[in-house]
Design a protein around this ligand. Structure first.
Ligand code: FES
Length: 104
């Protein structure tokens, strides 16, 4: 399934990159920008970022469950991951809105 139509990136490609990041550091907060940078791609319209974030969160959670990380560590990690992504998405949406207002 294609997640990013601008760069023609499939969900499986994103999953593989996220897993590589987690194998290097299982507690790092992976961003869509980090994933695209690792793939030598960049966000163009960036409308795919919410879907990329969903993949990052799901793969991170599954990674820790496979490793039998204690639930008490997974839950706050996933919550922190979601919170950080929401913060970034809000900032991105506000910046986009400002750009559109300036252009109008
Ligand atoms: S759909 Fe991914 S950058 Fe446009």
């Amino acid at each position: 399934m294609i997640v990013c139509s601008c760069n023609v990136i499939a969900r499986q490609q994103i999953e593989a990159v996220v897993t590589e990041f987690l194998e290097r550091d299982e507690w790092q907060l992976i961003t869509a920008g980090m994933v695209y940078h690792a793939m030598h791609k960049r966000g163009k319209c960036c409308s795919c970022f919410p879907r990329v974030i969903d993949v990052i969160v799901r793969v991170s959670e599954e990674f820790h469950r496979r490793r039998q990380t204690p639930e008490a560590e997974i839950v706050p990690f996933v919550a922190r991951l979601r919170s950080e992504h929401e913060r970034c998405e809000t900032a991105r949406a506000l910046a986009r809105e400002r750009r559109l207002r300036r252009a109008a």
